[in-house]
Design a protein around this ligand. Structure first.
Ligand code: PLP
Ligand code: TYF
Length: 390
């Protein structure tokens, strides 16, 4: 029966977890998969989430089914956090709870494929490796646009807009809203206005992937581009992940919002989102979303969570400052945002760092800065000293 199946490569990022675990050298450094780690190298459950779990344990009255839309209070509170009060109230916007940001991306992809099967989805080159399969498996065509200039390691806005000039009306641009994975290179407010203008002129629909709100410059700042595009354009999608900023990774917590030009269109969109969700996962898993709802509902828990998030962001940006100041080839890291940066290393150097120094990073030279502590920054610099260009 299974004769036609070709063996598939395992997820290269997730494989690093295992390789690192199997390495017994004491000074090994894991800069692989994108999870937050504290100064002790741990990924603890956030205190606000633990407190919310305690409350749920004591007070949750039932685990009876919800619907395909999931927890509507969660989605409404999260819309206020991500999109702000006025967009959250819009009758042109509908949202559902999804299994993680990945579920939101896939549901959005299925909705796009149903609404406009001929549409092409544009992504940055490079981007998160799962973006491609999520959209192509939904039957959509994909193309890439320039994003990152290896020379100065800034966003190549000119190249990006030039490539997107080839998009056709009805095409979709998948845009990482903040904390770009894998480059960390960040678009400025003027760049986002240019992208909004291009979408408007050419009739393109933005699909915002907001997976790191609060881990770049702040909760409001990291959502500004998403809000700008939704305010400027008739149609848009937003895939949201709570898995990093609430530390709920394996609980799979996300949401998809879709904006359309009128509330009548929104009714049809919403019913299609629910129909597609039923065919994909019936109903999303409840626990993580219930934790997020419980945090956002209570002023004290929300304040505690927000302070923890400030600490996480502060640590990431302190590491960026320290690395950026340590070597001219690392200076761009201080200007970039989020957990990730691309180091200018050749594949053989990346392999040697792993084999000889126990330094683990993705095959394209992407590092998760959170794998470092201020104490291990010198160890990384020592490992890199023959490899970084002056
Ligand atoms: N989008 C980007 C850019 C990511 O880096 C990730 C990481 O996991 C996701 C989406 C998916 O998030 P989730 O783990 O919630 O599915
Ligand atoms: O890019 C990362 O490291 C995170 C985590 O299949 C991740 O986005 C990596 C691979 C994967 C799912 C999540």
């Amino acid at each position: 029966f299974w004769r036609n199946l070709e063996p598939q490569a395992p997820d290269a990022l997730l494989a690093i977890i295992r390789h690192y675990r199997e390495d017994s050298r004491p000074g090994k450094i894991d800069l692989g998969v994108g999870i937050y780690r504290d100064e002790q190298g741990r990924t603890p459950v956030m205190a606000a989430a633990k407190a919310a779990e305690g409350l749920l344990w004591q007070t949750q009255p039932t685990k009876a089914y919800l619907g395909a839309e999931g927890d509507v209070v969660y989605t409404a509170l999260l819309a206020q956090l991500a999109l702000g009060e006025s967009l959250a109230r819009s009758d042109r916007l509908v949202g559902v709870q999804t299994p993680g940001g990945t579920g939101a991306l896939r549901l959005g992809a299925e909705l796009l494929a149903r609404a406009s099967p001929g549409a092409t989805v544009w992504t940055s080159e490079p981007t998160w490796p799962n973006h491609g399969p999520i959209f192509t498996q939904a039957g959509l065509r994909m193309r890439t646009h320039r994003y990152y200039r290896a020379g100065d390691r800034e966003v190549d806005v000119h190249g990006m807009l030039a490539d997107l000039a080839h998009a056709r009306p009805g095409d979709v641009i998948l845009l990482q809203a903040s904390c770009h994975n894998p480059t960390g290179a960040t678009l400025g407010p003027a760049d986002w206005r240019q992208i909004a203008g291009l979408c408007e002129r050419k009739g393109l629909t933005p699909f915002l992937d907001l997976a790191y709100q609060g881990l770049g410059d702040g909760l409001e700042e990291d959502a500004a581009a998403t809000r700008l595009l939704l305010n400027e354009l008739p149609d848009a999608l937003v895939a949201y992940s709570c898995d990093k900023n609430f530390g709920l990774y394996r609980d799979r917590v996300g949401a998809l919002w879709v904006q359309s030009e009128s509330s009548e269109r929104s009714d049809a969109v919403y019913s299609n989102m629910l129909a597609l969700a039923r065919s994909l996962w019936s109903m999303p898993p409840d626990h993580g979303a219930a934790v997020v709802r419980t945090v956002l509902e209570a002023d004290d828990l929300r304040a505690k969570w927000s302070a923890e998030l400030d600490t996480m962001r502060g640590r990431i940006n302190a590491l960026r400052e320290a690395l950026g100041a340590s070597h001219p080839a690392l200076a761009p890291l201080a200007r970039q945002r989020g957990m990730f940066a691309l180091l200018p290393l050749a594949p053989a150097q990346i392999a040697a760092l792993r084999a000889e120094r126990g330094v683990y990073m993705a095959g394209n030279g992407r590092i998760n800065l959170c794998g470092l502590t201020l104490a291990t920054v010198p160890d990384l610099l020592d490992a890199l000293r023959h490899y970084l260009p002056e």
